[in-house]
Design a protein around this ligand. Structure first.
Ligand code: TA6
Length: 296
């Protein structure tokens, strides 16, 4: 059985376990449709804090939270409403290239913090070495809206001092720790030895995350920076492809109740999204962004 679901007393699907024939497993909590585990080739690839809270109030600390419709602080809560709301499980399909599961978040009383009408469809395709994630946002409102979105991936590492992220050299970035902007990365491999919070702009198609212990994962974007307008109702706007690089390090993580002591040594966030230029969507139009994680 490629998908196992857990329901609450009211019959609501609250957890979905997706299993590929190769033995890869992805676990999705419908609290934010957050992938909390991705086991590929027998190894857990994502970090999940031992203090993560599953109370349907706080976002889950770890896995792949969905940031939508706002990256960071702003008019609504930090990182938006998608990662703290219940998503409907739309079902799955056992396909040749893996198992595909779909989830849906629509505007409701629970999302009214963001005033717009929208549909957000999340498609997870799990296969032997890959986890492909696709977000489609449709403006079901009567007026245009803008949004930013990002997949806030927490990668697991045995030792953060061995992490090297390749593919960011020569990119412009803003450093949210030092508050410096328009810097240019000059390293072939970006490493972590202190609190880091950087936004790299106009990232390449593929970024390689070397997690040490011979574990490397590529982040391949598709459509996150689509340009042009198709002759259907699909508008692929010109968007920035961003990589956010974050590790709170010791001091900041100590201030987070859902971050265990020393856990900062076991994770690095390398996040794909479009948080530079907000995406503007006309009524009836749809935006789509895709990311594929591949174990190399
Ligand atoms: O992605 C990096 C970041 O924006 C950091 O600034 C930090 O706030 C992190 O996200 C975690 O945010 P959260 O709201 O999940 O604690």
């Amino acid at each position: 059985m490629p998908v196992k679901t857990t329901t609450d007393n009211s019959g609501k699907v609250i957890k979905v376990v997706i299993i590929d024939t190769s033995g890869s497993v992805a676990v999705v909590y419908n609290h934010g449709a957050t992938i909390t585990s991705w086991v590929s080739q027998g190894k857990e690839r994502l970090f999940l804090s031992k203090n993560a809270v599953f109370d349907n109030q706080k976002p889950i600390r770890g896995g792949i939270p969905i940031v939508f419709p706002q990256f960071g602080p702003g008019d609504i809560r930090q990182h938006g409403i998608a990662r703290i709301n219940y998503w409907e499980f739309l079902g799955y399909k056992d396909e040749i290239n893996g198992v595909k599961a779909k989830f849906l978040l629509k505007d409701s009383e629970a999302t009214k913090e963001w005033i717009h009408s929208f549909r957000l469809t999340y498609t997870i395709l799990l296969s032997e070495n890959n986890l492909s994630l696709s977000l489609e946002c449709t403006n079901t409102d009567t007026s245009p809206f803008t949004f930013t979105t990002l997949l806030h991936t927490y990668f697991r590492t045995l030792d953060v001092s061995n992490v090297k992220v390749g593919g960011l050299k020569n990119l412009k970035y803003n450093d949210k720790v030092t508050k410096q902007e328009n810097l240019v990365e000059d390293r072939e491999a970006v490493t972590v030895s202190k609190s880091e919070d950087r936004i790299y702009y106009n990232a390449p198609e593929t970024v390689i995350v070397d997690l040490g212990s011979n574990e490397r994962i590529s982040i391949e974007k598709k459509n996150f920076n689509d340009i042009g307008k198709y002759d259907t109702s699909v508008l692929f706007t010109i968007t920035w492809f961003i990589i956010v690089f974050w590790n709170p390090w010791e001091e900041l993580s100590k201030g987070m109740s859902d971050f265990g002591d020393e856990e900062y040594k076991e994770m690095v966030c390398v996040e794909a999204g479009t948080v530079g230029e907000p995406i503007s969507l006309e009524p009836g139009y749809e935006w789509k962004g895709e990311m594929t994680l591949t174990v190399l």
